[in-house]
Structure formats: structure tokens, C-alpha cells
Design a protein around this ligand. Structure first.
Ligand code: IVH
Length: 672
């Protein structure tokens, strides 16, 4: 028994350390299989000795017994809220709270999730509470234990008792991914990352929480047991929390004087979209804890901290009508036309309604008041309907049975939620969308030929197939609306220039279902020639990283279609060509891991990344201990911070600025 007890303890410590490296540091230090082996050994030992399931065992991370309800627990120290400052009051608030013009402030993003208080005794997590009404919250201990970046046991110099406050969030990308998957299954989706976080945490079955991608960011320490605060500076206590194993937002900065706070607020407002979790504002706090204490509180908010709210990303408006849009693969997307509404500085008048299931799930009718959400990088969506204000003349949304453009029947395979037009190439909507995709920046990149011109050329019968573009003459373009002779000539010149392309762009431009920009690059690098790709069978294709069986089948189907083969032949006959891909056996950077971040002025970032990939190097979107070289341009953000953090913890990432990076790649003949 005692031997097993010490083995269990050792496994717990090892697994918890690896968890921390993986989730909080984004810096994995063992393979997944080794991790699984240790985890399974621990599970087996615990199954044999139920009395030895220790409170900080990582096996709690997968959930546990289902509860009947949550117990209400009084907060030892109330959880306060923040007073708001805005453009008009900001400077006044900042000067009122500061003692000197050189005052230090800790500036933080205001995370939009669920506030949570975590209590540790002798280093062990013993309680997790929601904010509730601020005076008492609900006991969510079993649920917070499933959140991977929350330490179950603290590391380093462990205080006897510690209460940590922070926000539980659902990272934006994981939220989108989760909803995307649910939508494809025709299931209900989460409204926004905040609801996602709150709903996931308040689950009576902790295994449901465990299945949701959540993270905790610490933003404060509470004095406990009447003892002294850990640090005299708030910023330093956040650093201390990091060393104890917590994750703190990498956007936290300590600045001097009100002007710098204002700059921080503006800067975070500008990069708001790039932050991996949703924020609804910035928070600024007097850094000195002594001064905080002297300033004190008004009712339920401190006088030493304020929040500054950024514009909301959700607004209400009216759904005026619904149109059906046909994509290049025939997919029918219902598009809602809205009473235009300003959402965080952008006028929104169209929303995607995704598919028929989504409309039914929302119970949406034309004329309804709807909540529209405009998150960055994703098309605005309707996330809710106010049925109580439905007008009496609200109209049902009728899904068509035939394509509104070519009248072919709409079809829907049984296991899919998307209806498709069966018209194929006879459907002009599919053709126009295909052409728009073909000329687009990431595909053939034909400068000066945009969506409008493509539609016009199609309507005039000048361009029906892709290859028709390459036979256009300036004389044919000149009579078109808005085309002077000079611009007609320029357009023809850029069409001619675009004939010289790369295999990956060409593959992407063909618009094969499921083959995006990234897969096209992978396919081109793997097969190296169009002929090899065209003759690949499903088995060969699924062996290519990132290509799944469905896409493999779609690729084979595409290249077995006579019409598509004709289109490809015509393009090659029209002079579309690319340089053959060199074998990369000898490149000194082959297999090396790179991350490229920030803005570049000498060579565009995309070109640097492409050159590295072409030479057989690897390019990743995030910095980890596997990263060997980080090339940073201007305004580098969290990736640079992360690399510095990893190097500080014994890592060895070579960090190069633009000049040094370009020189390095030229020196290795990666860039010409
Ligand atoms: S400090 C005494 N810092 O905002 C100060 N709060 O209105 C208490 N929040 O529900 C909070 N990010 O969950 C603080 N960096 C941050 C925050 C933050 C988000 C939330 C918090 C609370 C609300 C306060």
C-alpha cells in the first residue's frame, strides 16, 4: 500500500507538471503517448485503491459524480464589481485615483467570461466558487478541477492559504470550432464565448464541463486569514501567481502615468480581434497595494480600479427578409437581410443563417427582432430571437425545393444539414462563384479583376470557363462600364502576369470541395506535380497530413470528372504555368520549426512563410518549446512574449528581427 501510495503521488506530480507545461505554458515536454501511459497507470492504481484518489489527482480533470444541485457558499471576502469609466471620464478618473503623475498602473484586458474564486490550502485546490451576487457564490469545485490550466496543486513557494480570483473563458477559436461542429450535426450552438463558459461551468455533470474547451486567467489575489498580501504591487502578485502555476493574460502591462494608460486602452482596442479570448474592455488598477488600501471602496466597487468598455459586439435589429445564396459547390446558404445596425463601428445589414436546421432551431420568422453578433473574422450571425416582440404579420421562412438561380432540384444527403443545388456547371451562380474564387487573392491573384468585373464578364458572355479569362483582349474590356483604355490594358497585363503561378495556388484556384489554402499547399508540397496529384488514389491522399477521407474522396471525384479535366487542359493550353517544385533534400533548414509574426517591410510575411515551406521547413502559428526560430517583424505581440518566457525557463528559441531573419534565410538560400 505505501509503495503504491508513493507511486500514485509521484505520478500525480509528474502528470500535473506536464499538464502545466502543456496548458499554461503552451510548451509540451513529453509525447502524448507517454502522457497517456502515465495517466492510465494512475487510473488503474486509483481503481485498485479508491481511498487513494487524492484531491489533486489529474483524474478529476475528466469529471466525476453527477450532482443534484450547487451548494451556496459565502465568500470570505466579497467579490466586487468595477466602476466604469468612459471616453469622457477617463482622464478625470485616472487623475483622481493617482497620487503622483508618475503613478504606476497595472493594465489588463477585461475578460468576458465567468468570474471565479479559487481557494488553495497548503498548495491544494480545495474550493472553486462562482461570483454569484458577490457576497456568496455556488460551489463549482468539481467543475473547475476539469479546467486544464487550473493547477490542482501549486508549484514553488507555496503559501499556506491562497485565494485567487480570475475569469473562466472559452477561447474564441475553440468556441467557433465547437459551434461549427454542432451546426454540421444540426445541433444547438453556444450563443457566445461568455455563455459558453458560464453554461459549461454550471453543469451538474462535471464530465460535460470537462468536454468543453475552457481556460482560467488569474487577475487577482485576495488577502486571506487576515495575513499580509503576498506582494505590495498588484503586478508583482500576478507574476507570483504565474510562478505558482496560474496562467495570466499575456496582455497585462504595468505602465507609468495616465497618458500611458490611455495608450494601453487604445492599443488593446486595436488588437482586440487578435486576442484569443473575448474581451469586453480594459481594466486599470493602481499598482501599489498600499495605495489601493488607502483609496478604499465605494459600495461594491474599489476606488483604485476602473474598467473601460469597448463597443459591444452584439446588438438587436429586425430581420427584413431572407435570400438563398448559392456557393461555388452548390451549397445553399440562407442569408438574412437586416435593418442596418452599427455593431462595434461597422454597419451590419446581412447575416448568415447557416442552414435550414439553424433557422428551425432559432424558430426565426421574417419581421422578428433578432440579436446579431459580429465577432471578428467570422460573418455576422443571429444568436437569438425575441419572440415576445414578434409582429402579428411575421412571415414564415420557406426553404425552397429548387435552386432560385437555375431551378435545378436541391438535394441533401441524409447525413448532412446543407442543401445543394444539383445543377453543377449549368448553374450560373455556381459558375460565377467559382470564377470569383479562381481570380481571388489567395488563388490566381489576378489584380484588378474583382468580384464585380467577374460577374459582368460572365453576364456579357465574355468569360464562361476559367480559361476564357486568358483569351480576353483590351478591346473586349473597353466598352464595359467604368473601363477606360488604360485600365483595360492594365487588366489584361495583370491577367497575363497571373499565368505564372505556383502549383499550390493553381490547386486552390480549382475550387475542389474541402481543399482550402492550407491543404493546397500541403498537397503541392507532397505531390510536387499536378500529374502526380491528379493520379493519386484515395489511400495515397489520406496518407498526406491534414487530408481526411472525405476530402480525399472529393479530390479523386474532382479529377475523375471529364468537365474538370477539360478545364485544366484549357488552362495549361492558355499558358498557365508554375516553376517545378525543387526537391528539398539538401536545404539546411529542412525539418526546422519556424514561427513568423508581426509586420514586415522588406519581404511580405506570407512570402517568408512560403519560402520556408518550399525549402522543407515547418511553419507554425504558435510558439512552443518545439519552435527553433522566431522571426519577428514590427508590433510583435504575445508570440514574442511567449518565446521570451520559454527562453527564460531554459528554452532555446532563436529570435531574429526582420533584417536578421531575411539575412538568415538568404544565407541558407531559402530566399533569393
Ligand atoms: S478585477 C476588485 N480584473 O469584471 C476588482 N475583473 O465588473 C474586481 N473581469 O465580474 C475585479 N477581467 O469577473 C478584474 N482583469 C480583470 C477582469 C475582471 C474581467 C470581470 C470580473 C468581474 C467584473 C467586474
Amino acid at each position: 500500500m505505501s509503495q503504491e501510495y508513493s507511486r500514485i503521488n509521484k505520478l500525480i506530480d509528474q502528470i500535473n507538471t506536464h499538464n502545466h507545461n502543456y496548458y499554461a505554458m503552451d510548451n509540451p515536454t513529453i509525447s502524448d503517448s507517454e502522457y497517456d501511459r502515465m495517466f492510465n497507470e494512475l487510473k488503474a492504481l486509483e481503481a485498485k485503491n479508491p481511498a487513494l484518489v487524492l484531491p489533486h489527482s489529474p483524474t478529476h480533470r475528466v469529471g466525476g459524480a453527477i450532482k443534484k444541485g450547487f451548494t451556496e457558499v459565502k465568500h470570505a471576502t466579497p467579490m466586487l464589481s468595477l466602476s466604469n469609466s468612459n471616453g469622457d471620464t477617463l482622464m478625470k478618473d485616472l487623475t483622481r485615483m493617482s497620487v503622483s503623475p508618475e503613478e504606476l498602473y497595472c493594465c489588463e484586458p477585461k475578460l468576458d467570461g465567468l468570474a471565479c474564486s479559487l481557494l488553495y490550502e497548503n498548495g491544494f485546490l480545495i474550493q472553486g466558487l462562482t461570483r454569484g451576487d458577490g457576497m456568496s457564490g455556488e460551489d463549482i469545485t468539481a467543475n473547475v478541477k476539469t479546467i486544464r490550466n487550473i493547477p490542482l496543486k501549486l508549484m514553488g513557494d507555496i503559501p499556506k492559504r491562497l485565494e485567487v480570483r480570475g475569469e473562466i473563458v472559452m477561447p474564441k477559436a475553440l468556441f467557433e470550432e465547437y459551434n461549427e461542429k454542432r451546426r454540421a450535426q444540426g445541433k444547438s450552438t453556444l450563443k457566445n464565448p461568455r455563455n459558453g463558459a458560464a453554461g459549461s461551468v454550471r453543469q451538474l455533470d462535471p464530465s460535460v464541463t470537462a468536454s468543453r474547451p475552457l481556460a482560467f486567467y488569474a487577475y487577482g489575489v485576495v488577502k486571506t486569514d487576515g495575513g499580509s498580501t503576498l506582494y505590495r504591487s498588484h503586478y508583482d502578485s500576478l507574476t507570483l501567481l504565474q510562478s505558482l502555476g496560474f496562467e495570466v493574460s499575456s496582455y497585462v502591462r504595468r505602465v507609468k502615468g495616465p497618458e500611458q494608460v490611455k495608450k494601453y486602452i487604445d492599443a488593446i482596442g486595436r488588437v482586440r480581434n487578435e486576442i484569443p479570448y473575448e474581451i469586453d474592455g480594459a481594466v486599470f488598477k493602481i499598482d501599489s497595494v498600499e495605495k489601493q488600501e488607502a483609496l478604499g471602496y465605494i459600495s461594491r466597487a474599489p476606488k483604485w480600479a476602473f474598467s473601460y468598455k469597448y463597443p459591444a459586439v452584439e446588438e438587436m435589429t429586425t430581420l427584413l427578409s431572407v435570400d438563398m445564396q448559392i456557393g461555388r459547390t452548390g451549397a445553399v446558404t440562407p442569408v438574412g437581410r437586416l435593418e442596418p445596425v452599427d455593431i462595434a463601428g461597422v454597419t451590419v445589414s446581412n447575416v448568415t443563417l447557416h442552414n435550414q436546421n439553424e433557422i428551425e432551431r432559432l424558430g426565426l420568422m421574417i419581421g422578428d427582432r433578432v440579436i446579431v453578433r459580429r465577432a471578428q473574422e467570422v460573418i455576422p450571425q443571429v444568436i437569438g430571437v425575441d419572440v415576445s416582440s414578434r409582429p402579428t404579420d411575421a412571415k414564415e421562412i420557406v426553404f425552397p425545393t429548387h435552386c432560385p438561380v437555375c431551378n435545378s432540384a436541391l438535394v441533401r444527403p441524409e447525413d448532412e444539414v446543407v442543401w445543394r443545388c444539383s445543377g453543377g456547371l449549368i448553374c450560373s451562380a455556381q459558375r460565377i462563384e467559382g470564377l470569383k474564387h479562381f481570380v481571388s487573392r489567395k488563388a490566381m491573384n489576378i489584380d484588378g479583376v474583382g468580384e464585380k468585373l467577374v460577374s459582368l464578364l460572365f453576364e456579357k458572355g465574355l468569360v464562361i470557363d476559367f480559361s476564357d479569362l486568358f483569351h480576353l483582349t483590351a478591346n473586349q474590356l473597353m466598352p464595359l462600364d467604368g473601363m477606360a483604355s488604360k485600365s483595360a490594358e492594365n487588366t489584361i497585363r495583370s491577367i497575363t502576369q497571373a499565368k505564372k503561378t505556383s502549383l499550390s495556388r493553381f490547386v486552390y484556384a480549382l475550387g475542389i470541395r474541402g481543399v482550402g489554402e492550407n491543404s493546397s499547399r500541403i498537397l503541392a508540397t507532397h505531390f510536387k506535380s499536378l500529374e502526380a496529384l491528379m493520379s493519386a488514389c484515395i489511400d495515397e491522399l489520406v496518407d498526406v497530413p491534414d487530408i481526411g477521407p472525405i476530402t480525399a474522396k472529393d479530390i479523386v471525384t474532382f479529377f475523375s470528372h471529364k468537365g474538370n479535366l477539360r478545364v485544366i487542359r484549357q488552362l495549361l493550353d492558355a499558358g498557365v504555368s508554375w516553376e517545378s517544385i525543387k526537391t528539398v533534400a539538401d536545404s539546411p533548414i529542412k525539418g526546422m520549426n519556424f514561427v513568423v509574426t508581426g509586420g514586415f517591410s522588406i519581404v511580405p510575411r506570407k512570402s517568408i512563410e512560403q519560402a520556408i515551406l518550399d525549402a522543407g521547413g515547418k511553419v507554425s502559428g504558435s510558439v512552443s518549446s518545439k519552435t527553433q526560430t522566431l522571426i519577428v517583424g514590427t508590433n510583435a505581440g504575445s508570440k514574442l512574449d511567449k518565446a521570451i518566457k520559454i527562453n527564460g525557463a531554459g528554452g532555446n528559441i532563436t529570435i531574429l528581427d526582420e533584417d536578421a531573419g531575411v539575412a538568415f534565410l538568404k544565407g541558407h538560400e531559402v530566399l533569393a
